[in-house]
Design a protein around this ligand. Sequence first.
Ligand SMILES: [Fe+2]
Length: 170
Amino acid sequence: MATQHQVKTRQFSTHIDIPAEKRAELIEMLNQSLADTLDLYTQVKQAHWNVKGTDFYQLHILFDEIAGEVEPFVDLLAERATLLGGYATGTARMAAENSALPEYPTEAVEGLQHLNALIERFGLYCGRIRQAIDDSDHLGDPSTADLYTEISRVVDKRLWFLEAHVQKLV
Ligand SMILES: [Fe+2]
């Protein structure tokens, strides 16, 4: 069986006009984001299912709306990796192994605990996506940068929706 590194760096022939070394870096970055995004998506669903308290209904609905916006990015990132000649590493196990996000806190019960857990994770995720915009630009792939920009706009906005529940004047 191929090692994880061999699987991750697998490349297929393509006529796309981005040099193989740059594509390798782009594919690695996209697979990293794929893992982060699958993890984030399931964590938002976890909050959707398990939230309790007086704000249950509005948070239950909000978390599902957010999950519904994050989920399509999983497919877009995976397909960007494969169209660049790469191999998408997108099973739940692969995502769990590769994700840079902390695991969801099982102690979270009340709405505020779920909000704080998601705010922390969205903050991290938004930063990683913003970095990926720059990195794809430097690797000479404006289309990947554009995909990351699209994701960035959505998740920044959703971070605001989460944070507005707890924001204080500074
Ligand atoms: Fe549901």
